[in-house]
Design a protein around this ligand. Structure first.
Ligand SMILES: C[S@@+](CC[C@H](N)C(=O)[O-])C[C@H]1O[C@@H](n2cnc3c(N)ncnc32)[C@H](O)[C@@H]1O
Length: 360
């Protein structure tokens, strides 16, 4: 699977984009969660050495530094669990962390172990004590697709306030699917005995595999989003899947993804040709309005009904809804009442929750 054998390796543009999403999201996650919970966990299941050969920092350092930068507005105990199987990378990570100083209320645990084994033992011991994880963000970032059994993800998502962010190596999975000796790995990855017989029937294989995995996540989490990373030839390498049971987490992750891909296709390519990149960018007003029309039959609705749908069931944000409604009003696709549901007068061209619109 992975051809990287050295302790450190060069960072790729798509890894930088992945780190940007992680950073955008956790910058929001820590302060929001910390209002209610004084103990927060970050688990990096495939931690890496903490550094790239070109000097860029790896995910463990990125997250430690990010939380440290919030020290003034965060109060409580912050646990960081970094799991790294490779001995040299594990030792490198220890020395990288030792070279830095972190506050006393950071509990940093670094394990030279396998993600599956380590976390299963941790969850078993919690089960035994009848306890559960504090709110946790689990980053599962393997090189390939081995050692990430779906059963463990299911266990994580069954706990309140646990979210997962998974690198799903679609390209490797697609290439290796029919090789006989990966059958058990695939069965474990999808928690499905059927996957091997299903695949040959699929025409758009990559897409069907993505949908299957997304479906598995959706059975265990209320909200699932994904972001596609492609190589310099725009060939898909992996999907970043995010699964959470919390609407706020879902919204913040969508914002984090939009920041990295303002075109809104939720994808990033290592492609450097700007014209190629432009292909990803198109107008969303019409697209979103059509999504709304396919969901809501003709009639009158309060904007709040549309907002909840857009926030919870689409990749779009509230600002996109407002733009789409503006576009629809300007083109007479909707009528807008001048009196709002709270009996107050509507201010022209605005769409707060109480505005009533009529879909033609
Ligand atoms: C893609 S790299 C991680 C990069 C890191 N998350 C970052 O963003 O900087 C994957 C790492 O997982 C390690 N690894 C491979 N199999 C593992 C396993 N079963 N459990 C834990 N770590 C593993 C590899 O040695 C490698 O360092």
């Amino acid at each position: 699977m992975s051809t990287i054998t050295s302790t450190l390796w060069n960072i790729e543009p798509h890894t930088k984009a992945k780190h940007a999403i992680l950073k955008n999201y956790l910058n929001a996650w820590y302060p929001i969660l910390n209002r209610f919970d004084k103990r927060l966990n970050y688990i990096d299941g495939f931690a890496g050495p903490g550094k790239y050969s070109d000097g860029e920092i790896g995910s463990p350092i990125l997250v430690l530094d990010l939380v440290k930068a919030h020290t003034r507005d965060l109060k409580g105990e912050f646990n960081f669990i970094f799991i790294e199987k490779d001995k040299e990378r594990y030792e490198y990570l220890i020395s990288e962390i030792k070279n830095r100083t972190y506050p006393d209320h950071f509990n940093i645990h670094i394990a030279n172990d396998e993600y599956d084994k380590y976390l299963t033992e941790l969850l078993n011991s919690l089960d035994k004590d009848g306890s559960s994880l504090a709110p946790t963000f689990a980053f599962i970032d393997p090189f390939g697709f081995k050692g990430i059994p779906f059963k463990l993800i299911k266990r994580l998502l069954a706990m309140p306030k646990v979210e997962v962010f998974i690198t799903f190596m679609i390209d490797s999975i697609n290439r290796f699917l029919e090789v006989e000796n990966v059958e058990s790995t695939m069965t474990e990855l999808f928690d499905s005995e059927d996957i091997i017989s299903l695949i040959p029937k699929w025409k758009e294989r990559r897409d069907e595999i993505r949908k299957f995995y997304q479906g598995k996540l959706s059975e265990n989490a209320k909200f699932v989003r994904y972001f596609l990373m492609s190589d310099e030839h725009s060939k898909p390498i992996y999907y970043l899947f995010f699964a959470t049971n919390h609407p706020t987490g879902h919204m913040r992750m969508k914002e984090a993804m939009w920041k990295v891909d303002s075109g809104g296709s939720f994808r990033f390519s290592d492609e450097t040709d700007e014209n190629q990149q432009m292909l990803f960018t198109d107008s969303h007003d019409e697209k979103l309005f059509n999504i709304i029309k396919s969901k809501f039959i003709k009639g009158k609705y309060k904007v709040v009904d549309l907002r909840l749908f857009v926030e919870n069931d689409t990749p779009y944000l509230v600002k996109h809804l407002k733009q789409a409604l503006k576009y629809a009003e300007e083109n007479s696709f909707i009528k807008v009442d001048c009196i709002k549901s709270n009996k107050c007068k509507r201010r022209g061209k605005t769409f707060p929750d109480e505005v009533i619109i009529e879909l033609n």
